[in-house]
Design a protein around this ligand. Structure first.
Ligand SMILES: CC(C)(COP(=O)(O)OP(=O)(O)OC[C@H]1O[C@@H](n2cnc3c(N)ncnc32)[C@H](O)[C@@H]1OP(=O)(O)O)[C@@H](O)C(=O)NCCC(=O)NCCS
Length: 193
């Protein structure tokens, strides 16, 4: 694990530059990655599953990297077998738990690589980073009732369903979706290790 000087969204915590799993490198986003992000974020099924509009240009992807990924604790997912950037994963502040050592996990994966267990592999490593390195007490994740694939990842990682929120998320088309809120406590993570 490589650490760089810098402060994550949690004050006083050093930011990790790279994580590794069996099949993946999980690295910090850089501006030069914009065309790789665009390559998968323009797909018509990836963003809409998570509620965001497919990217329309490399410039739009570049803006997401600089305004969303880089200021937050976000990583690109690099597949070792071909050294390609195939997805994104990271933390943002947990909007439901201000003042608590909690972050919300989010992710997306290139459509070409769905169904190989890659996001579960990445998420388990980032969860470990959250509890061990960031010192979190709880990690949350919010998905929609229709996002069965994401629910699969969430369940395989061991998150607990807290409840459903009706009409909680207006996506980019204006459609409103029901949400499912999950979380994992540090002690639950420790007992699964
Ligand atoms: C959600 C996403 C990251 C999943 O990635 P993935 O690598 O395909 O996920 P995994 O292969 O690790 O796990 C998927 C699991 O979901 C389950 N699953 C997959 N499709 C499913 C379906 N249609 N119905 C029910 N469960 C399903 C399976 O149990 C699968 O586990 P398995 O490996 O035992 O078969 C990917 O589909 C994606 O990027 N979606 C668009 C963006 C998005 O929705 N982000 C999340 C927002 S909350």
């Amino acid at each position: 694990m490589i650490v760089i000087a810098g402060i994550s969204a949690l004050k006083g915590v050093e930011m990790v530059r790279e994580l590794e799993t069996e099949r993946l490198f999980i690295r910090r986003w850089q501006v030069k990655d914009a065309s790789s992000l665009f390559e998968y974020a323009k797909h018509k099924e990836v963003g809409p599953a998570a509620g965001w509009k497919p990217h329309e240009s490399v410039l739009e992807s570049r803006n997401i990297i600089t305004t969303l990924f880089m200021p937050n604790d976000s990583f690109k997912i690099v597949l070792k077998e071909n050294n390609k950037i195939i997805g994104s994963i990271g933390f943002e502040p947990d909007k439901y738990r201000p003042g608590i050592k909690s972050m919300e996990l989010g992710y997306s994966l290139s459509h070409d690589y769905w169904g190989r267990g890659l996001m579960t592999e990445a998420a388990l490593r980032v969860i470990e980073y959250g509890f061990s390195d960031l010192g979190l007490d709880i990690i949350s994740i919010v998905t929609t009732e229709i996002n069965r694939r994401s629910q699969g990842v969430i369940k395989k990682c061991g998150f607990v369903l807290e409840g459903n929120l009706r009409r909680c998320y207006r996506i980019y088309t204006g459609e409103i979706r029901n949400c499912m809120v999950f979380s994992m406590l540090k002690e639950e993570w420790l007992s699964r290790k």
